[in-house]
Design a protein around this ligand. Structure first.
Ligand code: SF4
Ligand code: SF4
Length: 421
């Protein structure tokens, strides 16, 4: 089905956009479709990627015609329940490819993490329909790079910024609760609707169900052999950020039912005894698949992602037991303050959570993954490594979105996997 007229209406650079989609299709074939023993239910997720800027964008377009609010976000700290409560749509926008970097570097320092340069690059190169279709974007004061970059991004697309505190003491919790209340007011203003208790509960349950489905998927990876690859699970976690949550949850649950059958029969995506790895660190936004691809094509299997595109985004649910809107908003604020992002100091929960994942998933190795120039994660790797290096071998990797270091990384990862045999 052709979507050119839609992309044209959104002001995309059609030639650059076509180049991007063609490149993506080739990489997808090599990285995903070439995998062996994939579950049948992955077909749906293949279709979603096959129409990555098509079917879902069309749905968003129709939603806008029905006057629904569409909001873009860059971080799992933005309480999306509030957007869904006004019958709005929330879309995760972080970009995972080296696109438009030259243009981005005219506005930003070269030595900035690839994720920030990418979200500028996708906008400046006019190749992302999701950014264009949003009514506005929601940023957050997490790392310094994003915090300062939003000041510039606001001139390209309206960006509302939430103040995320850097500590988790009582005062910070109060500040955050007020921020969530302020966000609710902003969303109510933008949508022209006042949120009711029933609407907010429904939205909380909607997103809780999506998180529960992803947690069910994660649980199934405890099996040896795991019934699904790390690459496919990462892909599903990436799609979670922009797909329709009802349909997505149904499809993840269907996949889980198939995987349960596989586990019962002892069928897996790789032979029993394949080295089991956890990847821990920075988020991997779509289509950043470099490290998982190298790890799994070198003969290991990833059984967990200690990341925002992984367990950090699904671990905690929002409590629904309150009969007032403000009570529910407080529950939302509490849930989000449980996120163990490296921007917090101290951030002791993260090390505990990683240790728990190592033990629950019977991981045999941890790969610490950081994007170059990401201070919070490259510095915090010190504590994270101290927490787990006495349990399993670990490897520290710092990279970006370029393909230039592929061979060097492959050599290091293969040497690391040799240690696990
Ligand atoms: S790593 Fe931190 S700043 Fe980045 S998306 Fe996750 S919570 Fe947000
Ligand atoms: S990867 Fe690090 S530097 Fe980049 S946006 Fe996330 S926290 Fe900031």
């Amino acid at each position: 089905m052709g979507y050119e007229s839609l992309w044209q209406k959104l002001g995309l650079d059609l030639e650059a956009h076509e180049g991007l989609l063609n490149g993506l299709g080739k990489v997808y074939e090599q990285v995903f479709l070439a995998q062996k023993n994939r579950p049948q239910a992955m077909e749906y997720f293949d279709q979603v990627v096959g129409s990555i800027h098509g079917a879902r964008v069309e749905e968003l377009f129709k939603a806008k015609e029905e006057s629904r609010l569409v909001v873009g976000t860059f971080c799992v700290f933005v309480p999306e329940e509030i957007v869904w409560a006004v019958n709005g749509i929330c879309v995760g926008l972080c970009a995972g490819a080296e696109v438009g970097f030259e243009q981005a570097e005219e506005l930003l320092p070269r030595n900035l993490c690839a994720l920030i340069k990418a979200f500028f690059g996708f906008k400046l190169a006019r190749v992302c329909p999701y950014v264009e279709i949003c009514d506005f974007l929601v940023g957050e004061t997490t790392c310094d790079g994003k915090k300062k970059a939003y000041e510039i991004f606001n001139s390209l697309k309206k960006t509302y910024v939430m103040h995320v505190p850097q500590k988790k003491d009582e005062e910070s919790l109060k500040l955050w609760l007020n921020e969530v209340r302020r966000f609710k007011e902003e969303i109510e203003r933008a949508s022209g609707r006042e949120i009711s208790v029933a609407e907010l509960k429904e939205a909380i349950e909607l997103i809780n169900r999506r998180r529960e489905a992803l947690n069910r998927l994660n649980e199934l990876r405890r099996a040896d052999p795991p019934p699904i690859s790390g690459l496919d699970t990462l892909l599903i976690n990436q799609i979670a950020f922009y797909d329709d949550p009802v349909r997505f949850t149904t499809k993840v649950n269907e996949l889980c039912s198939e995987l349960e059958e596989r586990v019962k029969k002892g069928q897996g995506v790789c032979p029993k005894g394949t080295p089991r790895i956890i990847v821990s660190g920075c988020p991997m936004a779509i289509p950043n698949w470099k490290i998982p691809y190298i790890i799994e094509s070198a003969g290991a299997v990833i059984v967990g992602e200690e990341s925002c595109v992984g367990r950090r985004n699904t671990r905690n649910l929002v409590e629904v037991s309150s009969s007032t809107v403000d009570g529910l908003v407080e529950n939302i604020a509490n849930r989000y303050m449980g996120i163990d992002c490296a921007i917090f100091t101290p951030n002791v929960e993260r090390a505990e959570n990683l240790k728990e994942m190592v033990s629950e998933l019977s991981a045999q190795g941890v790969v610490h993954y950081s994007l170059k120039f990401c201070d919070p994660y490259t510095i915090e790797v010190h504590h994270m490594d101290n927490a787990v290096s006495s349990l399993v071998p670990t490897l520290r990797i710092e990279t970006d979105y370029s393909q230039e270091d592929m061979e060097q990384l492959r050599t290091r990862i293969e040497a690391f996997l040799e240690l696990l045999k």
